[in-house]
Ligand binder design. Structure first.
Ligand code: B12
Length: 316
């Protein structure tokens, strides 16, 4: 396809994505990004080989597919990346809190629905290329979402390993779409604006972060969300019963967005009343987390997290 046609095709896609709730999107042709992608996929391999993934076996099992994205989507021609901000305000306080991304419906569903909506609109208006096929990946496939998002130019990878958008910060979900269409686009790398700042590294009480790399085994988010069973040693949970935002809270790019975003309600499934959690049964827990991203955390592990916060520090 000639350059002006692929440019206008991408303009149509990006407008439809914007209307579907994704204020920032980008695209890159796989053939043009392959070399750069490979560098980061190799970093991923080294990261897993050094054991940084802890017990997240799916990260090990998906290694070959991450090294070769065509194994995930054989017709791969281009990759689209989108971001969607989530409420940047804290949920709870230092005695008992949840990571912000949990404050709302399950993002796997909402991101997928938004992307489907954009493609359906493009189909209805006859703007989808003939034979257009795609695969939506939101935490659901062996795909390096942050790497693709960075290659599509929708943010840079910060020292806390999160994708940071210069205006929207890092309280954003990512979605990646593999497609069989070409948009004729080169990788666009945003400048890394972290500079000399090391606030996120210092904010992590377990020293899980090295610059641009995370040791999951020490990360409170991993320990509260992904690690099953007993913790080998006590961790300072800082009140987090599910997930952790300490390395994001410290980021200057997020301080700005918190100030400029009006407060929103806290989802009712994020119970912060310690007396309720103290006696919550497994069936009550399952009912409250059903259909939310918190469903990933099993009852026994949620109770483990809850009980790890020193009772005395709780504000009743
Ligand atoms: C496994 C996982 C975790 C693990 C490991 C996290 C980690 N840092 O690796 C745990 C459970 C700890 C975790 C925690 C969180 N997660 Co998580 N997680 C994932 C998942 C499923 C895979 C990430 C992965 O492959 N990690 C392995 C490392 C090595 O890969 P990577 O982080 O992608 O890093 C690569 C890039 O950074 C790249 N790279 C580095 N520098 C550069 C520079 C350039 C120019 C380029 C091109 C690439 C590049 O190289 C690295 C190696 O390939 C992704 C979804 C997905 N499929 O990608 C969500 C995802 C990364 N998580 C997400 C979120 C929201 C979180 C939490 C904020 C949740 C919370 N509040 O508790 C925390 C943040 C903790 C942190 N500092 O990372 C979002 C991140 C959004 C964002 N703005 O970046 C994602 C993308 C899910 C989504 N679809 O929105 N997560």
């Amino acid at each position: 396809m000639e350059a002006s046609r692929t440019d206008s095709l991408w303009d149509e896609f990006s407008s439809a994505l914007n209307r579907a709730g994704f204020p920032v999107s980008g695209a890159v042709d796989y053939s043009r990004a392959k070399g750069l992608y490979a560098t980061h996929a190799h970093r991923y391999r080294d990261w897993v080989n050094s054991g940084n993934h802890g017990e997240m076996g799916y990260l090990e099992r998906g290694l070959a597919r991450r090294l070769d994205p065509a194994l995930v989507f054989p017709e791969l021609q281009s990759v689209i990346a989108v971001l969607k901000p989530y409420p940047p305000h804290p949920v709870g306080d230092e005695s008992l809190r949840y990571a912000r991304y949990l404050n709302g419906p399950d993002y796997h569903e909402t991101m997928k629905a938004g992307l489907e909506q954009a493609f359906s609109e493009l189909r209805q208006t006859g703007l989808l290329p003939e034979g257009f096929r795609y695969k939506i990946c939101v935490d659901t496939s062996a795909v390096l979402e942050r790497t693709w998002a960075a290659l599509c130019g929708i943010g840079w990878i910060g020292k806390n390993t999160l994708l940071i958008h210069p205006v929207l910060g890092s309280y954003v979900f990512l979605g990646v779409v593999f497609t069989n269409a070409s948009f004729g686009r080169d990788p666009v790398l945003l400048k890394d604006y972290c500079g000399n700042c090391t606030r996120c590294l210092k904010a992590c009480p377990t020293e899980a972060l090295r610059s641009h790399e995370l040791d999951s085994r020490k990360c409170i988010s991993y320990l509260t969300l992904e690690k099953r069973g007993e913790w080998r040693e006590a961790i300072p949970t800082s009140g987090f019963v599910a997930g952790c935002d300490l390395c994001q809270e410290a980021c200057p790019y997020n301080l700005k967005i918190v100030k400029s975003t009006p407060p929103c309600d806290e989802a009712s499934h994020l119970i912060k009343d310690a007396t309720v959690l103290e006696t919550e049964t497994e069936s009550a827990y399952r009912e409250r987390v059903f259909g939310t991203a918190l469903e990933r955390v099993k009852y026994a592990d949620f109770q483990r997290n809850f009980r790890a916060t020193p009772r005395g520090s709780r504000k009743e």
